[in-house]
Design a protein around this ligand. Structure first.
Ligand code: G3P
Length: 511
């Protein structure tokens, strides 16, 4: 953290649309509260780094104070009371307008993603557009699902007369604290915000340090929609270490939706008595049976393992290959891995710098440990600052950290197994349980092992992935709690309210 006038990497593109976010006097980005872009009273800034430019300073943004957190929650609650009374169809129209603004103004968001999280250009553009689609789908889904409720009559209960009619419908929880991670600071923000809003909630958003400016730009797409109450989407910035606990423990938070790493375990312990939705790490296994289509499996492993340089919780993080086909499979994976382009996100290289030097050091430590314990490098180890060349590590065994820990980088380990029981060990003994995938031509075998895999999702003949964004998405064990995806998030961000009509006499008695 530094003083208020140390500057940042520069103003956003996109002309007038995004210019209020940036204060040229401080060279830093403002935070969003009650419909205004403001500088923090702290006078302090936080800076993030450009991962692909030697971690040089990238963007500066506000280090918000606790008073500002209090004000954000208070303003969000006031906005929520107003928003919750706007007809559902009008809320949906306003969300669709936000989606449209995001589509129109996606290029500067993509540019910020390139600069602050080194996301390859094509993926950065996809993230912005996918987010617009997600908002639109949430608006439509909410319009359908939130319109329905139950009507329950009293006389089904033993001894009761038909003199009470119970109407059960869904109401908003209030204010949802949304904490997205660095790897999808826009998409995993809107995956929380859009379901929350269509259900009638307001949001307080705490963006990650890396990815903060992209998230601020995303928020502008909601702020600019006519009719959306000021304060409905508040964005409070600063280091998690300074304000994170305060935001999580705050009495103004009626629900918490978090995506990230192990911090989520602490968040879930600190949360008050509110619904919590957590998506944390994963060690997604790819089990390849002897009868699998090896070309299909190899393509999925390379896509699943190396997209965004492996920095996805759904990345393939361990390949479990049956001995009979392991040599052939690894050869195919190696060939494809060697073709991946490595370089700058602006040039749309497939492998770009990982998010920080600390992350690169951690990844290197895992690989060194594996090699020291007898693993075989199928590609040459190469690193330049945060940039790590794609790394395929064969002959990994259970004694190696790489077998169990999540690199969150461009590293794919391979273990070889002889039986299904052995294969399952690498799934079910993991502390994680997000997704897994199975490659076989035998559907009975696929379903049989899928049923035994202790993960939130199993993909058959395809790589792990969260999308399409309306699919349920959940982890077990240390991978999370609750189920996400547009449909499930809307459900989770509401509670049932019942209104009971007490009749003067049982309804059938009037006949
Ligand atoms: O790491 C975040 C996780 O949600 C991955 O999403 O879309 O890359 O499968 P996706």
């Amino acid at each position: 953290m530094g003083s208020g006038h140390e500057g940042g990497a520069g103003a956003p593109g996109g002309g007038e649309f995004y210019s209020p976010l940036y204060n040229p006097d401080t060279g830093a980005y403002r935070f969003l509260i009650d419909g205004e872009w403001r500088d923090s009273a702290s006078g302090q800034l936080v800076h993030n780094a450009n991962p692909s430019k030697g971690n040089e300073r990238c963007f500066g943004f506000q280090a918000c104070t606790r008073d500002e957190v209090d004000a954000a929650y208070a303003g969000a609650k006031a906005a929520q009371r107003q928003w919750g009374r706007i007809p559902l169809n009008k809320r949906a129209s306003m969300l669709k307008a936000a989606a449209e603004l995001m589509r129109q103004h996606h290029a500067p968001i993509a540019d910020a993603l390139i600069r602050e999280i080194a996301k390859p250009k094509k993926d950065a553009t996809t993230e912005a557009k996918r987010s617009a689609d997600l908002i639109e789908y949430a608006a439509e889904e909410g319009c359908r699902s939130l319109a329905k409720g139950d009507m329950i009559t009293s006389d089904s209960f033993p001894g009761a007369e038909r003199d009470k009619l119970c109407m059960a419908h869904k109401v908003p929880l209030g204010v949802v604290l949304c904490i997205p991670p660095f790897n999808y600071p826009v998409n995993l923000a809107v995956s929380k915000i859009a379901p929350a809003l269509i259900a009638g909630n307001a949001c307080v958003v705490k963006p990650p340090t890396q990815g903060c400016v992209s998230a601020l730009m995303m928020a502008q797409c909601f702020k600019k929609v006519p009719g959306i109450p000021a304060g409905l989407v508040q964005v409070v910035t600063g280091r998690g270490a300074d304000i994170g606990d305060y935001m999580v423990e705050h009495p103004g938070a009626n629900c918490i939706s978090f995506t990230g790493g192990d911090t989520g375990l602490a968040v879930s312990r600190k949360a008050r008595m509110v619904p919590v939705q957590m998506e944390l790490g994963g060690k997604d296994a790819c089990i390849v049976f002897p009868d699998a289509d090896l070309d299909l499996a190899a393509t999925a492993i390379v896509k699943g393992g190396f997209s965004y340089s492996g920095q996805r919780c759904t990345a393939v993080k361990i390949v479990v290959a049956f001995e009979e086909i392991a040599d052939a499979l690894v050869a195919k994976v190696e060939e494809k891995t060697r073709k991946l382009t490595v370089g700058q996100p602006e040039d749309d290289a497939q492998i770009t710098a990982v998010v920080s030097a600390a992350s690169a050091d951690f990844i290197q430590g895992l690989v060194e440990d594996a090699v020291a314990k007898g693993a075989t490098m199928r590609t040459e180890w190469r690193r330049d600052a945060n940039l790590i060349w794609p790394c395929l590590v064969d002959d990994v065994t259970a004694e190696m950290r790489l077998c169990w820990e999540e690199p969150f980088g461009p590293v794919v380990p391979v273990v070889r197994v002889g039986t299904e029981e052995e294969a399952l060990r690498y799934v079910n003994e993991s502390k994680y349980g997000l997704q897994g995938c199975v490659f076989t031509r035998d559907i009975d075998r696929a379903i049989g092992i899928a049923d035994r895999m202790e993960t939130g999702t199993v993909q058959i003949n395809g790589p792990p992935a969260r999308g399409p964004d309306h699919f349920p998405f959940q982890g077990v064990k240390d991978s999370g709690i609750g189920s996400q995806g547009i449909v499930n998030s809307i459900e989770m961000m509401t509670k049932v309210k019942t209104t009971v009509i007490n009749l003067a006499k049982p309804s059938y008695a009037t006949a």
